[in-house]
Design a protein around this ligand. Sequence first.
Ligand SMILES: CC(=O)N[C@H]1[C@@H](OP(=O)(O)OP(=O)(O)OC[C@H]2O[C@@H](n3ccc(=O)[nH]c3=O)[C@H](O)[C@@H]2O)O[C@H](CO)[C@@H](O)[C@@H]1O
Ligand SMILES: C=C(OP(=O)(O)O)C(=O)O
Length: 430
Amino acid sequence: MEKLMIEGGYPLQGKVEISGAKNSAVALIPAAILADSTVTIDHLPNISDVKILSELLKEIGGDVSLEGNKLIVNPANMIPMPLPNGNVKKLRASYYLMGAMLGRFKKAAIGLPGGCNLGPRPIDQHIKGFEALGASITNERGAIYLRAGELTGARIYLDVVSVGATINIMLAAVKAKGRTVIENAAKEPEIIDVATLLTSMGAKIKGAGTDVIRIDGVESLHGCYHSIIPDRIEAGTYMIFAAAMGKEVTIDNVISQHVESLIAKLREMGVDVETFEDSVIVRTNGDHLKAVDVKTLVYPGFPTDLQQPFTALLTKGNGTSIVTDTIYNARFKHIDELRRMGAEVKIEGSSAIISGPVNLEGAKVKASDLRAGAALVAAGLMSNGVTEIYGLDHIDRGYEQLVDKLTILGAKVWREEMTLEEQEAHVKSM
Ligand SMILES: CC(=O)N[C@H]1[C@@H](OP(=O)(O)OP(=O)(O)OC[C@H]2O[C@@H](n3ccc(=O)[nH]c3=O)[C@H](O)[C@@H]2O)O[C@H](CO)[C@@H](O)[C@@H]1O
Ligand SMILES: C=C(OP(=O)(O)O)C(=O)O
């Protein structure tokens, strides 16, 4: 077991290359189940969620090879093996196996998903969609059993705008009989990416990226090559690191339109952000940042996944900032840890109220989830002295080569083996 060590105070400068999008990758990989020949997905991020999903495809009989950032899946011999336990519990996106296996085999048995603990994360809208397509669903001892004689297209109105439900219904519907219409669909770029892969496989999908998606079911889907979109959340995280500690940092391989809400907020704080076709340059003189208010919203609003690292940056803002998370109103587990480092933050309902600027001090802190980890890294970079971050497994779910990327930018960051006492204390605190 390792911990992440950061000696704070070093300015960041240079260029960082963004990896493929985690939240696309975790849907694209299950989507390959729906094909009848080889699917190649390129430029995947080298993160633990991708490795676990690749293993899951092997568990159901897929011929799968993950070579560097390229995944080659021949799904021809896959079987509808039940997956009630084990790897499915290690990540949130294992729920996409429900839609993909239901779409291909008309049945699936998948354990309830794990992933970041952000408070309640129901999947009722996924279930509602599957039922509308004709599946019967039962929850048996923590696993969801889905069965359908036949899947038939339907009109499905999502009561909540949900990324996961939108993608899962698309996966189940592409081979259903007739037309499916998803209304009040989520519009995140990852949904367009999944629709692009499915379309290359022969699916008929219109409207991905808008709030009405129309799918005309087809008999079969074939293999194809797909190159994943860049990770807008990883890009946003490095933009926040750069705003906190950067002189001039170029973030390469980013679609700037995908991070527009963050760019607007950074500019409001007084950070200079310049956008190019596939890169963004962030310049700051480090200090004199303004306090700003932020509310997380569905895309194209400010993403909840950047709320946590952005909160850490706001400890540098002059005055009072209010951060409200309307997507996950309890996504504030990072705040106690930021307080240990000297942050002045109060929680009121679904808002964090941050007073700044403060000089953070290095401390021993714990990442309770992936983006809480990113918040603590931002705080560690800004702090005086050394910060030790436990719970590195969360950070490894979503950030490829974090240490290497930050080191290239001039940060003092390294991984260190935890002592036995530290391991025991960490396990007890979980
Ligand atoms: C693997 C992946 O892509 N994860 C992302 C995805 O998660 P995920 O797809 O799980 O999040 P959703 O978009 O589904 O959730 C949005 C909101 O809808 C609620 N909801 C969702 C489904 C449902 O059936 N019922 C319901 O009430 C959730 O509790 C939440 O309040 O989108 C989130 C919101 O942008 C991001 O934080 C996650 O990084
Ligand atoms: C919440 C996240 O991931 P997941 O949905 O996979 O837990 C995230 O990427 O910030």
